[in-house]
Design a protein around this ligand. Structure first.
Ligand code: ATP
Ligand code: MG
Length: 553
């Protein structure tokens, strides 16, 4: 495959190569089948990149199909959010969006076909009884007393179910396969159940809904899917997938292949748990920047390219895995290090008065937008006799390792002058209120004339001309690397969001929501949607590379 030569391969691509070579398939058709019962998360991104990525590379097609057989848990809001996220990641689905519910008529017809062939029966046992009769991994199950009902009776009963003549839970349709199978999913699985629910696509039309295992394989076959890729927990269900396709009159023969799901440290990737985080108020909605959702990552400042890069780096295998958060962070950091313009922001400000700065109007200095990319141009920086620096960048006393501002010593202000701390003013409790400095006017863009060495460089913002900004710093959402097994409240990191009142340079006014910037020495940030004209809000996407710390420490 010429077009895939430079791609890292994986076992699924090897299967596809084989199928194309042998002539089993002449083209590749995949699908991404989310259930619209929550927002998509980074685990889904792995599946999206795999399915859409394969379609792109093999010049095939990929459908977006909503697997919507559980009306009570699903909603049109989730449908819309999922469409937005897939598009945002940069993928295009083939034709219109599909829904499993588009096929409810056909699915019903195939259920009737199975009944006619004596391969499905209506069971009036209670759910409890069905569970008890299923047996265990060690012991075979028992036949339902309804298993041998004749086809004509089953057809009549299924018809009554469909017409709403029985209440929910009164009976169900089961496939007649093998109650002694080592695969539990083959022990006469339920394929249709009664639900009097309004469906976001089909409204009140149906009161019987097909089960996932029956729906998925038939939907794949109807759409002509060549390779149906899903996660490993469906490995056993592949028997049922094939059984259904083999026993109904449908032409195409899709094949299911399983890969391992993504697990990410310090977070949860299960919609059930993510819903709980939202509804119980641990986070501020599905797009809270701490959430591992696509919407949360987007608001946090992740780009589509960084998420696709992450999916490429983690690869696709059948092995269980728990991926380090630093893998994900490295992808966005690498990208922003290249592209993000630089600016200065003081997150925890303390005032510095430069006593010998005589220019009452202040001045405008120039600074490069990117140290290695002159093509990104320059910006204007307001400099005044009063500035803010980080509280943490000053000490009254310090050893030589501390290369920031120390009383009686000098430091360089990034993009500006060298200053020397002369004295401090403290409040009644002994907290430093103001640092009084002098500056060397002959150090703009050059070293001190007499050869004095000034090692440290700190960032600053004018105290006269600046913009106030709320700075939101995020940490891991959970204190535990693998919180999935614990109660959410127990694993939750209550310090996962810290809000600071800072100041930023004026050049940041007018940035677009989500636009990235590097605040020198403090990290990569982006403007949040909650920003106001008079109070900007910035989210820290990711901290800087550790090596950056040498400038300050
Ligand atoms: P969840 O456990 O989060 O509810 P799900 O499997 O029920 O996930 P679906 O909407 O059914 O969610 O998933 C759509 C597709 O995404 C499926 O093919 C599923 O296998 C895949 N998928 C879901 N979670 C992951 C994950 N963590 N890693 C890789 N693929 C995933
Ligand atoms: Mg699912």
């Amino acid at each position: 495959m010429a077009e895939t030569e430079n791609r890292p391969t994986n076992f699924i691509r090897q299967i596809i190569d084989r199928d194309l070579e042998s002539g089993l398939h002449s083209s590749v058709h995949t699908r991404f089948p989310p259930e619209p019962n929550g927002f998509l998360h980074i685990g889904h991104a792995k599946s999206i990149c795999l399915n859409f990525g394969i379609a792109e590379d093999y010049k095939g097609t990929c459908n977006l199909r909503f697997d919507d057989t559980n009306p009570e848990k699903e909603s049109i809001d989730y449908v819309n959010a999922i469409k937005e996220d897939v598009s945002w990641l940069g993928y295009h689905w083939e034709g219109e969006v599909r829904y499993s519910s588009d096929y409810f008529d056909k699915l019903h017809g195939y259920a009737v076909e199975l009944i006619e062939k004596g391969l499905a029966f209506v069971d009036f046992s209670s759910q409890e009884q069905i569970r008890e009769m299923r047996g265990t991994l060690k012991a075979p199950g028992q036949h339902s007393p309804y298993r041998d009902t004749d086809a004509a009776t089953n057809l009549a009963e299924f018809d009554k179910m469909t017409k709403g003549e029985y209440p929910e839970g009164h009976c169900c349709l089961r496939a007649k396969i093998d109650m002694a199978s080592p695969f539990m999913c083959m022990r006469d699985p339920v394929i249709y159940r009664i639900k009097f629910a309004n469906h976001h696509q089909t409204g009140e039309k149906w009161c019987v809904y097909p089960m996932y295992d029956f729906t998925h394989c038939i939907s794949d076959a109807i759409e002509g899917i060549s390779h149906s890729l899903c996660t490993l927990e469906f490995q056993d269900n592949r028997r049922l997938y094939d059984w259904v396709i083999d026993n109904i009159s449908i032409e195409t023969q899709p094949r299911q292949y399983e890969f391992s799901r993504l697990n990410l440290e310090y977070t949860v990737l299960s919609k059930r748990k993510l819903i709980q985080l939202v509804t119980e108020g641990f986070v501020d909605g599905w797009d809270d920047p701490r959430m591992p959702t696509i919407a949360g990552l987007r608001r946090r400042g992740y780009t589509p390219a960084s998420i696709r890069e992450f999916c490429s780096r983690i690869g696709v295998t059948k092995m269980d895995n728990l991926i380090e958060m630093s893998m994900l962070e490295a992808c966005i950091r690498d990208e922003l290090n290249e592209d993000a313009p630089r600016a200065m922001a003081v997150l925890d400000p303390i005032k510095v008065v430069i006593e010998n700065y005589a220019n009452t109007e202040g001045e405008i200095l120039k600074a490069a937008n990117h140290p290695n990319k002159p093509e990104l141009g320059e910006r204007e920086l307001a400099f005044d006799g009063e500035i803010y620096i980080e509280r943490d960048d000053f000490r009254e006393e310090a050893n030589k390792k501390y290369k920031r501002l120390v009383l009686g010593k000098e430091v360089r202000l990034r993009n500006a002058y060298v200053i020397k701390a002369e004295r401090v003013e403290k409040d009644a409790e002994g907290n430093i209120q103001t640092i009084y400095c002098t500056y060397d006017a002959d150090t703009l863009g050059k070293d001190p004339a007499d050869g004095r060495k000034v090692k440290g460089v700190i960032h600053w913002v004018s105290a006269v001309r600046n913009n106030p900004a709320e700075i939101r710093l995020y940490d891991r959402l959970f204190k535990e690397a693998n919180p999935g097994a614990m109660e959410l409240a127990e694993a939750y990191n209550s310090e996962s969001l810290v809000k600071l009142n800072g100041v930023v340079e004026c050049s940041l006014v007018g940035k677009a929501i989500g636009e990235a910037v590097q605040f020198e020495r403090t990290g990569y940030f982006c403007l949040d949607k909650e920003s106001q004209q008079d109070k900007l809000v910035f989210n820290r996407t990711v901290a800087l590379r550790d090596t950056w710390a040498k400038i300050g420490d």
